[in-house]
Design a binder for this molecule. Structure first.
Ligand code: DHB
Length: 320
């Protein structure tokens, strides 16, 4: 690759590549997340951590579908206190860490955010959108008032860049994104998994013990891309795209829709760690072949008319 840099800045966080892993897919063990970073990601995102240890749902918790995967892990995690040490391990390895987290109440969200900030995370991703558990806050994902309240409480607790990850399982994602922005989000991650299910026709029962689960992978890409498009039009803060990104073409579509960075999840399960290098290379080639000098130049370009895009191209070519 030539010298053209893939570096982006998201909510004050400088990343050498716009790619991260999506929370959850690879768990939270430092050696595995280090492999994500070594494979070309700009930062790693941990599995969501909560206030206390949690075993999650019984098996089966994961089933492959024709164009993706359905999972209902039930947010298993060792609790924020224990996890603080793992963040320290990752930091010692030189890996930028985005700590994903959740709570059952406004106070729990704030408390966990404080613990993870003290542990040295570089940024936080507030999971406002797990499709598989119902906490005291009820369906947080679909309630703009609660999303604003939780975001504001976390904002009071930390000065780290704060991403708020939204659910596609809502009537109007723009409304929820605006609420997160009002609450003090520095970026919106769009989106978490789509609620779905699978049935075993021999047992004549749902496959997942939790009955329903979160659908991810190529099947969700058009829905997630539409969410990024809408959120990018609704808020001023940067958008992080997530949902079925598998190839560099998917990545470029998301950038053009308005994403400043991307999270790849299911693609790592289906294509291995190499997917980060492959997508980085493809984005690089696309930028070079189309006369762009940085990732930033393509972010949100599809929102401009053809005329706006070509006048910009003219300006660039005469060096203005
Ligand atoms: C789980 C959490 C999520 O945020 C998601 O999208 C899918 C599954 C879980 O742990 O059950």
């Amino acid at each position: 690759m030539s010298k053209l840099s893939l570096a982006v800045e998201v909510a004050g966080l400088r990343l050498r590549s716009p790619l991260m892993n999506a929370a959850g897919v690879l768990g939270m063990s430092p050696p595995i997340l280090k492999r994500v970073y070594d494979s070309g990601a700009g930062a790693v995102v941990t599995k969501s951590v909560g206030p206390v240890p949690r075993t999650g749902h019984p098996n089966p918790t994961l089933v492959r579908t024709s164009c993706g995967a359905l999972n209902a892990m039930g947010l298993p995690n060792p609790g924020a206190e224990y996890f603080a040490d793992e963040i320290k391990d990752l930091k010692e390895m030189g890996v930028p860490v985005v700590a994903s987290f959740f709570g059952g109440t406004v106070e729990e969200f704030a408390q966990v955010a404080g613990t993870l900030s003290d542990a040295g995370a570089d940024a936080l991703e507030l999971n406002a959108s797990c499709p598989n558990v119902q906490e005291e806050l009820g369906m947080l994902a679909a309630d703009a008032g609660n999303v604003e309240k939780v975001t504001a409480a976390v904002r009071d607790e930390t000065s780290l860049p704060l991403f708020v990850k939204l659910s596609p399982n809502v009537t109007d994602i723009k409304e929820i994104a605006e609420a997160a922005e009002r609450g003090g989000a520095d970026a919106i991650t769009a989106v978490n998994t789509l609620k779905g299910m699978a049935i075993d026709i021999d047992f004549r029962r749902p496959v997942l013990a939790n009955v329903t689960g979160g659908l991810s992978g190529p099947a969700v890409k058009p829905v997630a891309l539409r969410c990024v498009w809408e959120v990018a039009e609704a808020v001023e803060v940067p958008v992080i795209g997530c949902g079925g990104v598998t190839t560099w073409r998917d990545a470029v579509e998301y950038l053009l829709a308005g994403a400043s960075a991307l999270e790849l999840g299911t693609a790592v399960m289906t294509h291995g760690f190499e997917v980060y290098g492959q997508v980085n290379e493809g984005i690089h080639r696309y930028l070079e072949d189309n006369g762009f000098n940085s990732v930033k130049e393509v972010i949100g370009l599809a929102h401009q008319t053809g005329e706006q895009q070509s006048s910009k191209a003219d300006r660039c070519s005469v060096g203005v």
